[in-house]
Design a protein around this ligand. Sequence first.
Ligand SMILES: C[S@@+](CC[C@H](N)C(=O)[O-])C[C@H]1O[C@@H](n2cnc3c(N)ncnc32)[C@H](O)[C@@H]1O
Length: 178
Amino acid sequence: MNLEKIREEISEHALEIVIHRSVLCYPSSFSFVDGLLEANKPKKILEIGTYNCVSALVFARYPFVERIWTLDIVQSPVIARLRRHLDHERKITPLLVKGNVSDKSAIVGNLNCDFAFIDGDHTYEGVSVDIEVVIPKIPNVLFHDAKEAGVKKALDELEAKGTHNINRCMDFAFARKI
Ligand SMILES: C[S@@+](CC[C@H](N)C(=O)[O-])C[C@H]1O[C@@H](n2cnc3c(N)ncnc32)[C@H](O)[C@@H]1O
């Protein structure tokens, strides 16, 4: 037996699991998000909550998507391995951030993104930070885990302001500036 070969095969299997567990790789989620992307054809995407970078890799496959910046408070050990397998990695810039408004605003303020995917801290406080940073800058914002209590409360507050139409579907909510 060759240990290196065993390690290689096991880690390839682990990558498969990572990919299949990522939300945008569920068929129903993919079909909803695919519809939004095809309808809006975003060029520059901001994602909050990189995790293993699988969603960013899905976004990167759309020809109209030029750049993706994806923020997280921790570095995933598998990103480098996933990116090695795909052709579209040059579009993606994963960045480490602190969870606060000023650190995130300093990055997001200069990017000129036209679409955001918020899938980071799902507490009310955490998602409120992301809303404060993203909503004034980016017209189309997709939220994941929108039924979770904290995310739902923050979205209800955003909806009550009357500045955005909010379309809720499965675990997602899509906020579009009016
Ligand atoms: C549900 S995962 C994201 C999954 C990823 N969007 C995907 O579809 O593959 C949530 C990620 O948010 C990150 N996170 C937690 N708090 C955060 C914060 N305040 N700002 C940015 N990212 C945060 C976590 O470290 C974790 O990697």
